[in-house]
Design a protein. Structure first.
Lengths: 483, 100
């Protein structure tokens, strides 16, 4: 019956926002108001009357505000779903409601601003192309990594005789400014380690220790540089008396079975193989991130889509909670985090917009290709998450189902599948001779800067790739932090 | 307050809204007011006629005795006040709930 009492008009604001004006007939308004007054009169306490015996006129006079409020709520409750149904729109968030005052005998208006997902029909998917690059580590990369491991495990060994560049000295020192009696503050230390040639001390200091042996004492004259950090010392001459306790040098272990065993490998070839695999895995992941980033960027430049504010906000929230989790793991206090967020928020806007657009694109692909996540896939993903969170599977499942996050897990998996499809599609296109899509120069008018991020080498694309891959874990992490 | 107050609101303090009053109103065109202790029936009649634009048939008054109230060991008495029962000419009425 509500349809008879209601008139709904829809106006387009943009492809992602609609204005819906709802008019509710006067008799429906009156009916609701009367109902409210009756409800109130049952319990209203007025001096001179027993509860329930107060005359209606007095109730109307005394409880107009309460009744109006209640009637407004009731009318919205009754007509809002019907109005939405009549428009056929599916709002992303609780719409903004703008309402006129309610009064008996007059129709009641309210206006809804509804944000909806835009209709996305993707174009130019055949112009998206990319080639997967070889992810096998080169010998050079392998050797570089092995060498680095060797260097990391260098040990210090005592040296007889004079210190030279590269040696590590253990020294006690005490420094005095040239025209002062007492050592200056911070100019004294015992047992300090100093590698000659490292340049950690002021210029000249390390050089004057060359040739010293363990047990030697030396007096060193230096001048602090003009741009020295402490104003009291900058440009001043100082005398340090230094006692060398020990002279040692770095001994880098040979790359052999012994080193491998120290690092808990069976032997050198096992170590090589393991390092090789690790590099290969890294490169594969990087390559995958590059592919994702690139196909997404190409697709987004081909499809300028409006994003509803609600989706951008949701993405912002997602980014924020990711950052929060990351910072919390680093032990940062919430207070600092809030401050950082205040500064970062404007910069995150663009990333959030892009995330939202990416979601829309992936939704559209999943839809067009009729991709689906079946129960088996979902189960597999859940048990994977359970393992990661060290939470029993049934508990995790119950938790996610209760909070409704299980749908967002499914959604993420669907997006992953859509992304995989897009990558495969792009690789196929490239194999058929399609060149990767380059947006025209004036593409800057798209509200995003994504055109600049074409190759994977730039830091921003790496970051995005990371957040992309992290997003599938995010609902579970949130669940945990909420507890 | 002067002895013969002619100000209307000094005579009629307020309408008395009670269940009993409602019953009188509905059945006998009678309206209850709290009035000044020193107001007489003539003053009340003219005040009601001027204020509400109605014709008054008759006015009955009575003095309500204040209740004895105690707070702990202190005993006090509420002030006496005068109640007026105003009967209107048939067909006239007063809208006590204006605007509702």
């Amino acid at each position: 019956m509500s349809q008879n009492h209601m008139q709904v008009t829809v106006e387009d604001i943009s492809s992602v926002e609609k204005k819906v004006v709802v008019e509710i007939a006067a008799d429906a308004v009156k009916r609701t108001l009367v109902k409210q007054y009756k409800r109130i009169s049952k319990t209203a306490r007025v001096r001179g009357f027993r509860p329930g015996k107060v005359p209606m006129g007095l109730v109307k006079q005394m409880y107009r505000g309460e009744a109006t409020e209640g009637a407004t709520r009731e009318l919205l409750q009754e007509f809002y779903p019907a109005a939405i149904e009549e428009t056929g729109l599916s709002p992303l968030t609780m719409p903004e409601i703008d309402q006129s005052g309610i009064s008996e005998g007059e129709p009641y208006h309210f206006t809804l601003r509804i944000q909806i997902k835009p209709e996305v029909s993707l174009v130019g998917l055949d112009q998206v192309a990319i080639t997967r690059e070889d992810a096998e580590p080169t010998d050079e990369e392998l050797n570089e990594r092995l060498e680095a491991m060797r260097q990391e495990h260098a040990e210090l060994e005592g040296v007889d005789g004079a210190a030279d560049t590269g040696h590590v000295l253990t020294i006690d020192y005490s420094g005095t400014l040239k025209d002062a009696e007492e050592p200056f503050e911070g100019g004294t230390a015992d047992g300090q380690e100093l590698e000659i040639g490292s340049g950690r001390f002021i210029p000249g200091f390390e050089d004057q220790l060359i040739g010293a042996a363990a047990g030697d004492s030396r007096t060193i004259e230096v001048t602090f540089p003009e741009d020295y950090g402490s104003e009291d010392l900058a440009g001043k001459e100082a005398i340090f008396s230094v006692t060398v306790q020990a002279v040692r040098q770095r001994v880098v272990p040979d790359l052999d079975d012994e080193l491998a065993k120290d690092l808990e490998f069976d032997d050198l070839s096992a170590m090589r193989a393991s390092v090789y695999d690790k590099i290969a895995e890294n490169k594969r992941q990087e390559e995958q991130a590059r592919l994702r980033e690139s196909v997404i960027n190409q697709t987004l430049s081909l499809n300028p889509i409006d994003t509803p504010r609600a989706m951008v906000d949701a993405s912002l929230e997602r980014l924020e909670s990711q950052m929060r989790t990351r910072f919390q793991m680093q032990g940062m206090q919430d207070e600092w985090f809030s401050q950082i967020m205040e500064m970062q928020r404007p910069h995150m806007e663009d990333s959030a917009k892009k995330l939202a657009r990416t979601d829309l694109v992936l939704d559209a692909i999943a839809d067009e290709q009729s991709l689906e996540v079946d129960q088996a896939d979902l189960d597999e993903k859940l048990s994977e998450m359970a393992g990661m969170l060290q939470m029993p599977l049934p508990k995790l499942r119950a938790e996610l189902t209760r909070s409704g996050r299980i749908e967002s897990v499914r959604q993420d998996m669907l997006h992953d599948a859509a992304l995989e499809w897009l990558i495969e599609h792009a690789i196929e296109n490239a194999a058929n001779g399609v060149e990767p899509y380059e947006p025209p120069a004036e593409a800057g008018q798209l509200d995003n800067g994504e055109t600049e991020v074409q190759d994977s080498g730039t830091p921003s694309s790496e970051e995005d790739g990371e957040s992309e891959s992290a997003s599938s874990d995010e609902p579970a992490v949130e669940t945990e932090t909420e507890e | 307050m002067s002895e013969y107050s002619t100000e209307l609101y000094d005579v009629l303090r307020r309408p008395l809204l009670t269940e009993k009053g409602q019953h009188l109103r509905d059945s006998q065109d009678q309206y209850l007011f709290e009035v000044a202790m020193d107001a007489n029936k003539i003053q009340i009649k003219s005040a009601v006629e001027k204020l509400f634009g109605v014709r008054v048939e008759k006015v009955n008054t009575l003095v309500m005795r204040g209740k004895v109230k105690r707070v702990g060991r202190f005993v006090g008495k509420r002030a006496n006040w005068k109640k007026a029962v105003v009967t209107l000419r048939e067909g006239d009425f007063i809208d006590l709930f204006e605007g509702a």
